[in-house]
Design a protein around this ligand. Structure first.
Ligand SMILES: C[S@@+](CC[C@H](N)C(=O)[O-])C[C@H]1O[C@@H](n2cnc3c(N)ncnc32)[C@H](O)[C@@H]1O
Length: 274
C-alpha cells in the first residue's frame, strides 16, 4: 500500500481551507438572474440553469447511482490526476468512486440540461469514472457522438457495464492517460461542440488540455470545467482561461465553470448562485 508523505495531511487541510474560503467569497459575489443584463445569459439561467423540470432520465440514472453507492466491490487504480481530497489509496470501493468522483446529481443534471438545450453533436469528456455524467450527457442528445476518456481500466470497465444497463450506444470509450491519448484524438477530430474537463485537476494539465481543444472549437462550442476552486492551482487555471482572447462569456457556478466563445457577446464573467 502506498504510504503518504508526512506533508500530505497538512497539504490536504490547506486545500480544504482554500475551498471553504473560496466558497464564502463565492457566496458574497454570486447573483441570480436579477443581477444579469445580458439577454443570452438571462435566457440561459432561466431556461437551463434554474430549470426545475423533472426529466425521466434523472430517475433512471439516479437509480443506477444508488446501486453504485451500495457497491462494496473494490477497484484498483493508479490515479493519473491530482487525486482525491478524501483518499490517496489505490484500491477503493466502487461506492467510494460513486460518492467522491461522480458529479453529484445537481451538477450532472445541469450538464444534461446544457446538452439538451444546445444539442451539441461532437462531445468530449475527460474523466469518465463510472460513467454517470457521461450517461446524462448521452441521454440529453442520443444523436450526439460522445468520446469519453478514463485512465483507470477497472473503472472504465464498470462504466461500460453501466452504459449497457442504461442502453446507451453513442459513446466511444477510450481507456488511457489523457496525455498519451489526446494528441492522436486531436489529430482525427475536426471540431468539438462540447467538452467536459473533469480529470487531472492540475493547473498545467488543465491549461494544456484547454489549449489543445481550443484549436477544435468554434463560436458555438461550450467548454465546462469541473472543480474550478478545487485548489489554488485550479483557480489560477480558471483565471487564465477567462482571460483567453477567444473566450467571451464565462459562468462561474463554483463547482463548475462554463465557457462560451460566442463572438457577438461582450467579454463578461458572471458569478452565478447555484
Ligand atoms: C472526477 S472523476 C470523473 C467523474 C465523471 N466525469 C462523472 O462526473 O461521473 C475523474 C476521473 O478522471 C480520471 N483521470 C484523472 N487524470 C487522468 C489522466 N491524466 N488520464 C486519464 N484519466 C484520468 C480518474 O481516473 C477519474 O476516474
Amino acid at each position: 500500500m502506498k504510504r503518504e508523505l508526512p506533508i500530505f495531511p497538512y497539504f490536504r487541510s490547506m486545500q480544504k481551507l482554500f475551498l471553504v474560503y473560496s466558497y464564502l467569497k463565492y457566496l458574497l459575489k454570486s447573483t441570480n438572474t436579477h443581477g444579469v443584463h445580458s439577454p443570452f445569459v438571462f435566457g440561459l439561467l432561466n431556461d437551463v440553469v434554474y430549470n426545475k423540470t423533472d426529466y425521466y432520465v434523472y430517475k433512471e440514472i439516479e437509480a443506477l447511482r444508488t446501486q453504485l453507492l451500495e457497491d462494496t466491490n473494490t477497484v484498483s487504480c493508479i490515479d493519473l490526476g491530482a487525486g482525491s481530497l478524501n483518499s490517496r489509496k489505490q484500491t477503493r470501493t466502487v461506492k467510494h468512486h460513486a460518492l467522491y468522483s461522480a458529479k453529484p446529481a445537481k451538477y450532472a443534471q445541469l450538464l444534461f440540461r446544457l446538452v439538451n438545450h444546445f444539442q451539441p453533436h461532437h462531445i468530449l469528456e475527460l474523466g469518465t469514472s463510472l460513467g454517470i455524467t457521461t450517461a446524462y450527457i448521452s441521454k440529453a442528445n442520443s444523436k450526439s457522438n460522445i468520446t469519453t476518456i478514463e485512465g483507470c481500466p477497472e473503472i472504465a470497465a464498470i462504466a461500460t457495464q453501466n452504459f449497457h444497463l442504461l442502453e446507451i450506444n453513442n459513446i466511444n470509450q477510450i481507456t488511457g492517460n489523457f496525455d498519451e491519448v489526446l494528441p492522436a484524438l486531436l489529430n482525427k477530430t475536426e471540431k468539438l461542440d462540447f467538452v467536459f474537463f473533469d480529470g487531472n485537476h492540475r493547473k498545467k494539465a488543465t491549461l494544456n488540455y484547454f489549449e489543445q481543444y481550443l484549436t477544435k472549437s468554434t463560436e458555438t462550442t461550450i467548454f465546462v470545467f469541473d472543480d474550478i476552486y478545487w485548489s489554488r492551482e485550479m483557480k489560477q487555471a480558471w483565471d487564465e482561461i477567462k482571460t483567453n482572447k477567444q473566450v467571451t462569456v464565462t459562468i462561474d457556478l463554483f463547482y463548475l465553470g462554463i465557457v462560451f466563445f460566442r463572438k457577438e457577446q461582450v467579454k463578461q464573467h458572471f458569478v452565478i448562485r447555484f
